[in-house]
Design a protein around this ligand. Structure first.
Ligand code: FEO
Ligand code: CA
Ligand code: CA
Length: 671
């Protein structure tokens, strides 16, 4: 795609990916204004102070909130980390950060020591994978000092993973990639399940645990269930019955079910599919996909972000045109049985699932919220047909096999309507291209288009809050929204900084047809009027953030938000991090910075132990995002020359995505 080369790593490229034509010219956009007035050089060493902001933008640009700092209590009382960016990670004073699991760490007793100069698929399959994302915590004993940790490995960054390998992408024709390297990449994707134990102040992985497991797109067979199981559109040479799929990939966020299973969400699956059927510009030929052309187009298949299809026929749509239909699902894994077969639940629909947070409705039905992380894509909800039975775990593990998938329409009057995606209803008929419910779930995006769902600013994590009964929707950004395309739920054109929507089910009924909704915060710098931010008045210079991505609710019902600005970080001058965001009382909308990532990283997977004494966070792709804009470094990272060598800081050791365990010094609740 033209212009893609300016996106400097794979995550940026994924996020810039957009299959919607840019909106008609709307004259000067907010982005233009901010870019011109808020020059990159002024911010790349850290955020602007109030004085500097005043000088740049004038007093009028400062929000009235700044002039009226009435006391507003927040339940977060940690001492805030100063915003900024450097080579290291930082946590609030009084807290400890322990590097728990790094890319390459052994997961089994017989795993070889990590040697980034001599990687093999076999070694990687016994080691912690790359780019840790969602984290699930499953206690194994009463006091939660033994537990299983499930961690997603979303994708790989070859330029900082492999020695002597220049950036590999389609512009470079993936010319230095080999079959062996693609297999190491595959082995580094997927999921890790590992037992951990509290030992003094530290958590320690138990390598001899029978629970430990690596799940990958290379070796792990998964069962398919729901409306698309056995369907012609899922049949391939390797699986003529459409019942067994090899592996899972691009596992972004996920969820934990009330019956103790792990949900992992397949997000940017389209990037792994290949074709040799190219036009003169080197792009997939118009019309590719045969009788599935409409579906291919809507899902941007094949996007050719990885070279796997060059070496493995199943990722080449010229050979296996149905293989893309076998990804983009929610998978359920039983972490308590290392021999169990994970299940792809097609009833939950196929799209770029960010996550899959699950809550038990008061009537016993299981409800899963999931966003489709694309510019102008949708918010979905699944409600199970059956109800939870606390005496029958096996039956609970079938709850996600059957139910109602709906998509959200956010009306300007503050009503959220859930529109059911049910074959035969609301135009989802054969004459419109949906011959059965299998077509509806395989082409959930097309079905949702038919129903008139609200086009959102990249829906990321959707986090239900068991304590207050409400649901929090992260919308990370959308630079493609034109001035004429705003709506009540996506109110800012050229939305560089994202926002959070609060959804309120009536009487806490997560299966209701309509909810109320309102904007919780509009992200970005509150001192720049053009940004149009909305924060609580006590939000400090370090506390405001941009690009909310993952969220978690702790046992007290407090909301924590992790950010992923990608290459946009230069527009805030802040590294990504974890923020406590007050959602109740007079301190509502006040945010505080608790943990800060090293340069080039995003923060994923905030996860709190039930006693709230440990927070696990996943630092993803350290040293990669727009390191050209990080003045002390000022160039793109490579394996030999990275912007940071976090967390080891050893000569020759590349940066390593890692899970960090945060505890309070001397013990006690986090935050
Ligand atoms: Fe994988 Fe939408 O973040
Ligand atoms: Ca994410
Ligand atoms: Ca979450």
């Amino acid at each position: 795609m033209a212009g893609e080369d300016r996106h400097r790593n794979r995550s940026e490229a994924f996020e810039a990916q957009d299959d919607i034509p840019r909106s008609p010219e709307t004259g000067q956009t907010l982005g233009d204004v901010v870019a011109r007035r808020y020059s990159r050089r002024d911010v790349m060493r850290g955020s602007l102070g109030v004085a500097a902001a005043t000088a740049l933008f004038g007093h009028k640009a400062l929000t009235s909130a700044m002039a009226n700092p009435a006391p507003a209590p927040s339940r977060f009382d940690f001492e805030e980390v100063a915003a900024g960016i450097d080579e290291n990670a930082h946590v609030a004073d009084g807290y400890r950060k322990q590097i728990l699991l790094r890319w390459g760490d052994p997961i089994f007793v017989d795993a070889p020591d990590f040697d980034p100069h001599a990687q093999t698929p076999e070694a990687q399959l016994k080691q912690f994978g790359y780019n840790n994302d969602y984290i699930g915590f499953f206690p194994l004993n009463e006091d939660g000092t033994r537990a299983l940790l499930c961690v997603n490995h979303e994708y790989t960054n070859e330029e900082v993973m492999f020695p002597d390998l220049p950036r590999q992408d389609k512009d470079a024709f993936f010319k230095d990639m080999t079959k062996r390297l693609t297999e190491i990449e595959m082995a580094a994707h997927g999921v890790t399940i590992v037992e951990i134990e509290k030992s003094g102040e530290d958590w320690v992985p138990k390598l001899d645990s029978a629970y430990n497991r690596r799940i990958s797109p290379l070796v792990t067979e998964m069962r398919v269930d729901g409306p698309a199981a056995g369907h012609d559109r899922l049949k391939t040479t390797a699986d003529p019955k459409a019942k067994t799929i090899l592996g899972t990939l691009n596992n972004c966020a996920g969820g934990v079910t009330p019956w103790g299973t792990y949900l992992t969400a397949e997000e940017n699956f389209h990037g792994y599919f290949w074709t040799d059927d190219l036009d003169s510009d080197g792009e997939p030929r118009e019309g590719i996909g045969g009788d599935q052309v409409k579906s291919y187009k809507r899902y941007d298949v094949p996007a050719r972000w990885y070279s796997w299809g060059k070496f493995h026929d199943r990722f080449n749509v010229d050979r296996e045109p149905n293989e893309p239909n076998r990804f983009g699902w929610i998978c359920e894994i039983d972490p308590f049985d290392a021999a169990s077969t994970p299940v792809k639940h097609t009833a939950l629909g196929r799209y770029r699932h960010e996550g899959a947070e699950c809550i038990l409705n008061k009537d016993g039905r299981a409800v899963v919220y999931s966003g489709d992380d694309g510019k102008f894509d949708y918010v979905y909800r699944f409600v199970s047909a059956g109800t939870y039975d606390r005496h029958d775990r096996a039956a609970n593990m079938r709850l996600l096999s059957e139910g109602t998938l709906s998509v959200a329409r956010f009306d300007a009057d503050g009503t959220l309507r859930w529109l059911p995606l049910v074959h035969g209803e609301n135009g989802l008929t054969e004459e419109n291209g949906f011959a059965s419910q299998a077509d509806v779930v395989i082409d959930a995006r097309l079905a949702a288009d038919t129903l008139g769902a609200t086009r959102m600013d990249r829906p990321e994590d959707i986090q239900p809050n068991e304590v207050n009964g409400r649901v929090y929707l992260m919308l990370t950004n959308n630079d493609k929204r034109g001035a004429g395309e705003t709506d009540a739920a996506n109110p800012r054109p050229e939305n560089l900084f994202g926002h959070i929507v609060e959804m309120v089910p009536p009487d806490g009924d997560h299966a209701a047809d309509t909810y109320d909704w309102s904007l919780l915060v509009k992200c970005g710098n509150p001192h720049v009027a053009e940004v149009g931010a909305l924060w609580g008045p006590e939000t400090s210079e370090s506390g405001w953030f941009a690009s909310p991505d993952n969220a978690a609710v702790d046992a007290d019902g407090r909301l924590w938000v992790a950010t992923d600005q990608g290459e946009n970080w230069k527009a805030t001058g802040k590294a990504d991090g974890l923020y406590g965001l007050e959602i109740e009382g007079p301190g509502r909308r006040t945010a505080r910075l608790f943990f800060r990532c090293p340069v080039g990283a995003e923060l994923c997977g905030p996860c709190f132990t039930p006693d709230q004494q440990t927070a696990f966070v996943a630092v993803q792709h350290p040293g990669t995002d727009a390191t050209e804009d990080y003045a002390p470094f000022g160039r793109a990272s490579t394996f030999e020359d990275p912007a940071t060598r976090w967390p080891d800081f050893e000569d020759g050791m590349p940066p390593r995505p890692s899970v960090v365990a945060i505890t309070k010094k001397g013990g006690g609740k986090i935050g």
